[in-house]
Design a protein around this ligand. Structure first.
Ligand SMILES: [Zn+2]
Length: 372
């Protein structure tokens, strides 16, 4: 269910909190980078100086978690289900299902994250006024600096940054078109990626500080992250622009319902007779209880078909396998995502059987739409 390489460390308010394996890498990196500074502030710690660095990494990511929690809670406030929060190499990510209904909601869900980071940064800064020496002082100062930087940088108007979503909401409100907002904000992200890549040169030209290897490396990683995220947004916006045209009803195959005791051979004969492209099974009391898998049917040898009961190659009906015949667009894609299957049974609003929708036909229709 969760992506590979991620560890669930708990859940807050019903939202799973995951740690990606790449987080361990950054934690170790932070520990190594901080160790010499820890040595200066508190000499003689030995190997414990790395533990202090790791503890700081954990503290830092607790504040990242606060940032992500604020997105998650705001999304839940607007009725959007939140799947999980994951912490990774470059920070965190909140996986929200569906889209905000209005640009106002999008704006609030996006902007609350950076504002939370800035608030945490300012709070840490206030604490730093009182605790300003020793390891604790160093940690509080580090926390203040990191959160202020994260908060401000995240307001840069380019996807996948929060500021990109803010820009998207503004363009969405102005043009009344969510996808135009995405395209504009994604281009903002690409421009930001190029600036990030050039940052070491900017550092040298304008701030007179010669960049080192770490600067170049960080610039490359950041630029790749930004460019990749922005490009993914453009691709998905273009794909989703075509979605409203995707409707289940015209894609449905004519279906024949056979009693569950029927053999495969007989079911195929009945389907041919009815000119049907799909078969469902029904129980004695006429309830649809299975949908025949085309793949399983094709792999049943001709000479075995008279002896194999059709139920044995049918998928037993469950909740997500029945869809309304009028389902379309994003709702259709989301329904497929919730209950992945090869075949779905389409029913009319009064419950009568309309036909069978195959994922293959949906894919084909979508691909055909892409070449128009
Ligand atoms: Zn954020």
């Amino acid at each position: 269910m969760h992506p590979p390489g991620s560890l669930r460390i708990g859940s807050i308010g019903g939202i799973d909190v995951l740690v990606r394996s790449s987080w361990l890498l950054i934690a170790v990196l932070i520990a190594i980078v901080l160790a010499p500074r820890v040595e200066v502030v508190q000499p003689g710690l030995g190997a414990l100086k790395y533990v202090a660095g790791l503890a700081f990494a954990v503290l830092l990511y607790m504040s990242v978690l606060l940032h992500e929690m604020s997105h998650a809670l705001m999304a839940k406030h607007f009725g959007l289900p939140v799947r999980s929060i994951s912490l990774h190499f470059l920070g965190g990510m909140t996986e929200i299902e569906g889209e905000p209904a209005t640009p106002g909601e999008e704006f609030k869900i996006a902007v609350v994250g950076p504002l939370t980071s800035i608030a945490v940064g300012l709070a840490a800064l206030a604490v730093a006024l009182f605790v300003n020496d020793g390891l604790l002082g160093m940690a509080v100062e580090g926390l203040a600096g990191a959160n202020l930087v994260v908060g401000v940088l995240n307001l840069i108007p380019g996807l996948p940054l929060d500021g990109g979503r803010v820009l998207r909401a503004i363009v969405w409100r102005g043009t009344n078109n969510m996808h135009s907002g995405t395209i504009v904000a994604a281009w903002g992200g690409r421009v930001t990626a190029v600036v990030a890549l050039c940052y070491p040169l900017i550092e040298r030209e304008f701030f007179n500080t010669p960049p080192d290897v770490v600067d170049y490396l960080l610039a490359c990683v950041l630029a790749a992250f930004l460019w990749g995220g922005a490009t993914a947004s453009i691709v998905s916006a273009k794909a989703r622009r075509r979605l409203p045209a995707l409707m289940a009803r015209p894609l449905a195959r004519r279906v024949v319902a056979v009693p569950e005791g029927t053999s495969v051979a007989e079911a195929v004969r009945l389907a041919r007779e009815a000119g049907a492209g799909a078969i469902v099974t029904h129980s004695h009391d006429n309830e649809i209880n299975g949908v025949v898998s085309e793949a399983a049917l094709l792999s049943t040898p001709e000479d075995r078909r008279p002896w194999v009961p059709v139920v044995s190659i049918a998928r037993t009906m469950e909740d997500g396998l029945t869809l309304p015949a009028d389902i379309a667009g994003e709702e259709l894609i989301r329904a497929i995502g919730r209950t992945p299957a090869e075949e779905y049974v389409l029913v009319e609003s009064d419950g009568t059987l309309f036909g069978v929708l195959t994922t293959l036909d949906v894919d084909r229709a979508f691909q055909a739409g892409a070449h128009q």
